[in-house]
Structures are given as C-alpha cells and as structure tokens.
Design a protein around this ligand. Structure first.
Ligand SMILES: *Cc1c(COP(=O)(O)O)cnc(C)c1O
Length: 394
C-alpha cells in the first residue's frame, strides 16, 4: 500500500488532504518524496516561524532531547521558567505565563482565568465573553463555541457551553455587554476570517472602555503573535495592554506549544488548571531557541526588510492581476489577497500547489500568505514567480 492508501484506511478523514508527501525542508523550500521542490508560503499555517531545518533550532531540540525531554509540572522546569521570563521581557508586558500544548488549549485556559476573575471581582459572577463574527478560536467544544462563525456550531456536536455571544463588528460590542459580561475575546488580525486587521483607533477605544468598566480584553494571538505582525505581539503593534494574551503557532518553531499570559497574575492557584505535557523541557527549549532566532531577526531589522519586500511583491501581484484580485490585507508577514467574486480561491490555491508554491485559503475569498519569518528575498522572488505562472491558467 502506498502512503495515501494507508492514510485513507487508518487516519480519520477530518481534513480535505492534499497527498503530496514531503520528506525534507530547508528554509522556505520543501522537497516531496519524488524529489520536487516547493516554495513554502504557508509555513505549516504559521507554525514554522524560523523555516524548515533551522540549524539553531534543530541543535537546541537535539541537545535538550539527549539530556531530558519531560519530567512533569510537579517539578520546576528550568527552560519553562526561562521561556516565561523571555516572553514577558520581549512583550514588555507585566504578567505571568501558563503553558499549554496548542492554541485551543491556550484559549481554554484564558477563558477559565476570565471566569474565575469574573467570580472573584464581583458580587454576582460575571462569565459571559463576547467574541467577533469571522473569528477563530479553536476546535475544542468551548473554543468552537467562542468562534464567531455559525458554520462551526454544527448541531451534531451540541450542546455547547453557555457564556459566549458573537457580534458583527467592534462597534456592536458596546451594546452586547450586560451585567453578566466579563470580557471580550478577539484576534487583532483575524487569521481564518479573511486576514482582516481591525482598525487601530477602534481597538484602542475599546481597550480604554473595557478598562474603565473593569472588563477583560482577551487577545487571541495564536496566529498574530511571535513576530508575525512585525512586532513581538500584535498587541505591541496596536499599542494596547490586554488582560490576557494567548499564543501558540509560531512559538515552538514546529514543536507543539501554547501559552497564555495575564496581568492578573495570581487568579489561578494551585489545582485550578494544569497540563501533563505542557511546558516540558523539549517544547520550552524549542521555544527559547525560536525566540532567540526571531528576536535577533527583529533587532537587526531584517524582519522589517522582509516584511517590506513581501508587501511590495504582493502589491505588484495585485496590480498585474487586477482582473483576478480586489485588494491586499493583513499586517507583517500575515497577508491576504482578496479574490474577485467570479474566481474560486480554492482553485487558485490548488493551481499554486500544482506549480509548486504552497499558499492557503482564508475565509470565503482570500488567498493567504504566512511565510516563515526567516524567508529570503530569493525564496520570495521564486514563490511569487510561481504564483504568477499558476495565475496565467485563469
Ligand atoms: C490556529 C488558531 C487557533 C487554534 O490553534 P490550535 O493549535 O489548532 O488549537 C486559535 N486561535 C487562532 C487565532 C488561530 O489562528
């Protein structure tokens, strides 16, 4: 049996899978089992933040694996403490960190913290969280409910937990708040919902309002965090101080890790929350190496140069294919290009794959680019030239 047949026979079919099988990656290039070379503009949905086969990251993982991989959170774990310190320092945020294993899990923890905060700081418990239309917060039963898209709330999986309400726009949040509302959870740049960046002034005004009402702002930075926006956190880019920030995708450079950080440092106490795997030696060592690589990229302004170059290429693409595309969107290296109604973005993603460049779909009609933050100019050039060839079929 070939790998496709084995996959189909033994793995649950929850993904609309492409059956190209990759065996090796170098930087932003991927090689399939038949030796074909692909340009990776997706970086594993924003996970491979430092590219494939990054020597520093691989070395850190191998060195740590030889010493100790896991021990449990009943013991202090040095790389976990150091990674928490590093996240706090790089964000300039006065908070404490809890480690999880994924984005959804980080959001679950943030929701628990918010609910306990809502109980402890009010006579009558506040627990409701307002989220936004077209958001995405994860696949667990609670984070799926928090996700502001009806298509995610399939009746097959009901009942869902109470306490979530989604509204269309930031302006709608104000009237949706009631006596039981504890806070708002949102992505500053919606990743799955069309690469849509909220207006900075609207976000700053919302933050000020929530502060005044002692309501929480939970920012889901699972996709926007870890330099994806060009700053360490998109919250830094927007110049706001959230109550809780969640992270995951790019943090471990490919090793599963999630985290949430809060300025309400001591709401969660011993026994309130936990995880068997999370924050172990391996994932936190990967996180430390990833942050070391990325903070250097940031400090030397190489990241800003890459962002500028990518932006120029994307806007050239828009200009040269204005019959297919409507506009570009997003911030940093989290970018989208909106496809006109008469074109099918899924078909464009497929055509790109055929021409050996990997891009993603976001929302109904946006092609999404989430390259590794270490991508080179040559790789960007090669990727865009392949996208252009693919578009000539349309
Ligand atoms: C990917 C994503 C999640 C879910 O992360 P998982 O690691 O798949 O659980 C949650 N929120 C946002 C904004 C995401 O992009």
């Amino acid at each position: 049996m070939n790998i496709e047949a084995i996959d189909k026979a033994f793995v649950m079919g929850t993904y609309a899978r492409n059956y190209t099988s990759f065996v090796k990656g170098v930087g932003s290039k991927l090689y399939s089992d038949d030796g074909s070379e692909f340009i990776d503009f997706a970086s594993g949905i924003g996970v491979n933040s430092v590219g494939h086969g990054n020597e520093k990251l691989v070395e850190a993982i191998c060195n740590q694996a030889k010493k100790i991989i896991h021990i449990s959170n009943l013991q202090v774990i040095e790389p976990q403490a150091m990674l928490a310190k590093k996240i706090v320092e790089l964000s300039g945020y006065d908070g404490k960190v809890f480690f999880a294993n994924s984005g959804a899990e980080a959001n679950e923890g943030a929701i628990k913290l918010a609910r306990k905060y809502g109980k402890e700081t009010n006579e009558h418990k506040k627990y409701k969280i307002i989220t936004l239309a077209n958001s995405f917060h994860g696949r667990t039963i609670t984070t799926v409910k928090a996700t502001g898209q009806n298509s995610f709330h399939d009746a097959s999986f009901a009942p869902y937990p109470d306490g979530f309400k989604f509204v269309e726009t930031i302006a709608d949040i104000y009237e949706a708040i009631d006596d039981e509302t504890v806070g708002v959870m949102l992505e500053l740049i919606q990743g799955e919902g069309g690469v849509y960046a909220f207006d900075k002034d609207e976000i700053i005004a919302l933050r000020a309002f929530l502060d005044e009402k002692k309501l929480l702002l939970i920012v889901d930075e699972v996709q926007t965090g870890i330099y994806r926006s060009g700053e360490f956190l998109a919250s830094n880019f927007y110049g706001i101080t959230p109550d809780i920030i969640t992270m995951a995708k790019g943090l471990g450079g490919g090793v599963p890790i999630g985290a949430f950080m809060s300025r309400h440092k001591d709401i969660l106490k011993a026994g309130d929350h936990g995880s068997t795997f999370a924050g172990n030696y391996l994932s936190c060592s990967a996180g430390l190496a990833t942050l070391e690589i990325l903070s250097e990229l940031y400090d030397t302004h190489k990241l800003q140069e890459t962002i500028k170059y990518f932006d120029e290429e994307l806007n050239e693409l828009l200009k040269d294919f204005s019959d297919i595309f409507e506009s570009t969107s997003g911030i940093g290296l989290m970018r989208g290009i909106k496809v006109k109604q008469e074109y099918d973005v899924g078909a464009i993603v497929k055509a790109c794959m055929k021409h050996q460049v990997i891009i993603l779909k976001s929302g109904r009609n946006t092609a999404r680019f989430l390259p590794s933050l270490t991508i080179t100019k040559d790789e960007i050039d090669e990727g865009f030239s392949r996208v252009r060839i693919a578009l000539n079929d349309f």
